[in-house]
Design a protein around this ligand. Structure first.
Ligand code: SAH
Length: 258
């Protein structure tokens, strides 16, 4: 089951307003957002979050069974650019002159459509080099792990969601990085090991929950999934680190912490 929230959105509405609505849907917990004809649709797996979003945005909502929403979602999947990368679903053509990251998110998060994913991707080329040891905390579709592996890293990826396991396996094969990514199903805070770089694209609530109890060690941590401003200070406290570099898009921020 999941829940679709439809916000009416006239085609002549300014792009900045549409971006704001898209961000609001993500912030309120959408797992996917798509633009249909005159409608912006947020998909939620949490009914209470969907109801709140519908109320805040004066939108309608309805419930669908899982496959229906996901199949509809597929037909709207698009190509997304971030730094040297292009994130594309397997059924769209290779994009020339870019590092193609082929991602079928399946039931997991991380199609590249969310600004936070793209912000973290944009920071990777300056940090990851061949041989880097990377850990991807909350890997979802595996998009960040695969991008890092394509830059030559060896990656450990972890997620609590069994849907991520299936998505990561398929996506690693599609990108021919099976031997460079190790997936582990479980809680990110319990994963042990020494790494050069940690990646953590999660909401501030999750960062605050896992940050203080992370068992893994890494020199540099890249965080996404946070809003500019107050959440930047909170994420530094959660991980007990300082901001070394920062990238923003709309109201979202990704930070390199050391
Ligand atoms: N890395 C992807 C997905 C981010 S969404 C991207 O950047 O697009 C956040 C992911 O974190 C989800 O897949 C969710 O299942 C996972 N997650 C949430 N809490 C977690 C935890 N405690 N341990 C591991 N994974 C977790």
């Amino acid at each position: 089951m999941h829940h679709l929230v439809d916000v009416s959105c006239a085609p002549d509405r300014p792009g900045t307003e549409v971006d704001l609505l898209v961000d609001t849907l993500w912030t309120l917990g959408a797992i996917g957002v798509q633009e249909l004809d005159g409608v912006l649709r947020g998909a939620f797996d949490d009914k209470a979050a969907a109801l709140l979003a519908a109320e805040r945005l004066g939108a309608t909502w309805h419930t669908v069974d899982d496959r229906e929403g996901l199949d509809a979602w597929r037909s709207f999947a698009d190509v997304h650019r971030a730094g040297p990368f292009v994130i594309r679903p397997p059924w769209l053509a290779t994009v020339p002159d870019a590092v193609n990251v082929v991602i079928d998110p399946g039931d997991a998060f991380g199609s590249g459509s969310h600004p936070s994913t793209r912000l973290v991707l944009g920071l990777l080329p300056g940090l990851v080099s061949p041989g880097s040891r990377v850990v991807d905390l909350g890997t979802g579709s595996g998009v960040l792990a695969i991008a890092a592996a394509l830059l030559g890293a060896s990656v450990t990826a972890v997620d609590t969601d069994p849907a991520a396991a299936a998505a990561v396996a398929g996506n690693c094969a599609a990108n021919q990085v099976v031997d460079r990514i190790h997936f582990s199903l479980g809680d990110a805070s319990e994963l042990e090991g020494d790494f050069d770089i940690g990646l953590c694209n999660m909401t501030i609530d999750l960062q605050e929950r896992i940050g203080p109890s992370l068992a893994a060690d890494f020199t540099t941590l890249v965080v996404g999934g946070i809003l500019q401003g107050e959440q930047e200070a909170r994420v530094c406290v959660a991980h007990d680190r300082r901001i070394h570099a920062r990238q923003v898009e709309g109201e979202w921020a990704a930070l390199v912490l050391r």
